[in-house]
Ligand binder design. Structure first.
Ligand SMILES: [Fe+2]
Ligand SMILES: [Fe+2]
Length: 319
């Protein structure tokens, strides 16, 4: 999150059947609505409930991978631009946009530049970021932190409040390496957990909380590194809140799980889809049928309605 917002606020080898199933559930975009404290979701394009004007709306985008230039998407800048166009065409500009990491493919300066240049065009109050493992390659994390670390703690974690909702941005990729394929499980680490404990201490149980981080905070598929080793410790600190919404990226597909008062949600990539957990191999689905790409990448919009105490997520694709 920029300082202004902070202050105010298959794969190869996948069988066809598996791929079709995967495409069915990655085929829409995500809109998060915060509406009184509990997260709900709807499919993009469906009307919101009448008389339920959101207190505010924000957009989640993820996994733009600037610098990636192979099948199934040789123009990831183009699809990110289209995503920005989609955001700019929303009926009301979102309060802010959250990018949940993998801005770049190889953490190169020109890739960061390209991403920043495109996101300059987004009509929103601010854009907040967390790094993905692809943003942490080979430079001691200096490139990411030099651009997005201002006003953050440790390796880039931070918080902000917006209209009664407390947002926590966690970094759980510091140990990961994108080159190894599975990347390894995410880790939050003792220092960040101690910060989180302190950060939450002054909040009432009734405060709606939104946590966002790159790697899922629930075990989606640990063999592929699609989970966070010490997520339980973070969730223990968060379990007293009546409304907790956890937003992640990394797996390039929409998945949602509701567990008690916690809603976990992962967003699509703006660049390319990955295989369904355990089907084929992790990494881009390269053999997408012609013309299908834009039906499996997209964005999520989240609306908060204070009176209802809940968040609603809508996933939408670029097509
Ligand atoms: Fe990614
Ligand atoms: Fe990732």
């Amino acid at each position: 999150m920029s300082s202004s917002e902070k202050s105010s606020a298959g794969g190869d080898g996948i069988d066809r059947r598996g791929m079709l199933k995967c495409m069915a559930w990655v085929g829409t975009g995500l809109v998060w609505g915060v509406s009184g404290g509990v997260a709900t979701s709807r499919v993009f394009g469906q009307p919101a409930a009448p008389d339920q004007k959101p207190t505010f709306t924000f957009v989640q985008i993820s996994d733009s991978h600037l610098g990636f230039a192979r099948d199934p998407n040789k123009d990831v800048a183009g699809t990110l631009k289209q995503t920005v166009d989609r955001i700019n065409a929303l009926p009301e500009p979102p309060a802010f946009v959250l990018h949940t990491g993998d801005l770049t493919h190889l953490a190169k300066p020109d890739e960061f530049d390209a991403c920043a240049e495109i996101l300059k065009g987004v009509k929103a109050g601010a854009v907040g970021y967390v790094p993905g493992e692809h943003d942490f390659d080979g430079d001691g994390n200096k490139e990411y932190l030099g651009r997005y670390g201002k006003g953050t703690q440790g390796l880039g974690w931070y918080n902000f409040d917006h209209k009664g909702v407390h947002f926590v941005a966690l970094v759980n990729v510091a140990n990961a390496k994108s080159g190894s394929g599975d990347g390894g499980l995410g880790v939050i680490g003792a220092e960040q957990l101690a910060w989180l404990k302190k950060d939450l201490a002054g909040l009432k149980d009734s405060t709606p909380v939104v946590v966002y981080a790159h790697v899922p905070l629930w075990a989606v598929y640990e063999k592929w590194g699609w989970g966070t080793r010490d997520a339980e410790q973070a969730l223990d600190l968060l379990k007293r809140f009546g409304s907790l919404t956890v937003l992640n990226g990394h797996i390039h597909q929409v998945m949602q799980k509701v567990e008690g008062k916690v809603t976990f949600h992962t967003a699509r990539s703006t660049a390319f889809p990955q295989s369904e957990p355990g089907k084929g191999t992790p990494g881009p689905i390269r053999n997408l049928p012609a013309g299908k790409l834009k039906s499996v990448i997209g964005l999520s919009t989240v609306s908060y309605i204070e009176t209802a105490g809940s968040l609603a997520v809508v996933d939408s694709t670029l097509e």
